[in-house]
Design a binder for this molecule. Structure first.
Ligand SMILES: [Zn+2]
Length: 228
């Protein structure tokens, strides 16, 4: 059971990193529910700050209809050259660029190592962590998280959170490609075009590690657009 947030954390912005390949929405669930259901989940826990959700992974390998569905509900896209092996590590690289106080939630399989001070209800210098991960890396754990926690809490008919005033057209989708020198973009079709461009394929090719699992697939960068 999650503890209620401190007064400072409750009012602070929340950044959610979602490993969309490692922890996909279960079959039969509308991916457009992810954004409003995560927001509802956080509001139910007592958080009132602005919420930014980013889907992370090799997004060229995610079905286009799922990507489009989640992105048009206001979720940003961050495509990696290769799948991240440690979402805590990757997220902390980005998270610690945020002004304090701020909150982070990661949705991914549990990595092999969790820093001992990662879960600290008093915050780490104003940085607060919000669980959940799934508790292990099996597909069943991911499915359980979605069905009985993130998606299970909300009315299935809920598609739009009351504070979600985003333009839900594909043109408003925000995305970033760290492989291509932190290229920032807007618009879903522009994103799809970028993924299949020779320039992108070249950058991904030369950034693939010669040995697997040595890096998490991203270089820490400033990410000016990922905030509301
Ligand atoms: Zn690119």
């Amino acid at each position: 059971m999650m503890k209620p947030p401190t007064e400072e954390a409750a009012a602070a912005p929340i950044t959610v990193y979602w490993d969309i390949k490692g922890c996909p929405v279960p079959d039969g669930y509308d991916p457009r529910r992810v954004d409003p259901c995560i927001k509802r989940y956080l509001r139910n826990l007592g958080y009132s700050g602005p919420i930014t959700i980013t889907a992370v992974g090799v997004l060229s390998e995610v079905p286009k209809d799922i990507l489009e569905a989640v992105s048009t509900t206001g979720i940003s896209l961050l495509t990696c050259a290769y799948d991240p092996t440690d979402m805590i590590d990757l997220s902390l690289d980005y998270f610690q660029l945020d002004p304090t106080p701020s909150n982070m939630m990661v949705i991914s399989s549990l990595p092999d190592y969790v820093p001992p001070n990662f879960v600290n209800e008093n915050g780490r210098g104003g940085y607060y962590d919000i669980f959940p991960f799934p508790f292990d890396s099996t597909p069943e754990a991911a499915e359980y998280l979605w069905k009985y926690s993130l998606l299970g809490l909300a009315d299935p008919s809920v598609l739009v959170e009351e504070d979600n005033c985003n333009d839900t057209s594909g043109e408003s989708v925000r995305w970033v490609c760290p492989a291509c020198h932190d290229l920032l973009g807007q618009g879903f079709e522009n994103f799809i075009t970028h993924l299949s461009s020779p320039e992108h394929e070249h950058e991904v090719y030369i950034k693939k590690p010669s040995l697997p699992n040595l890096e998490n697939g991203l270089t820490p960068v400033v990410r000016p657009f990922l905030k509301p």
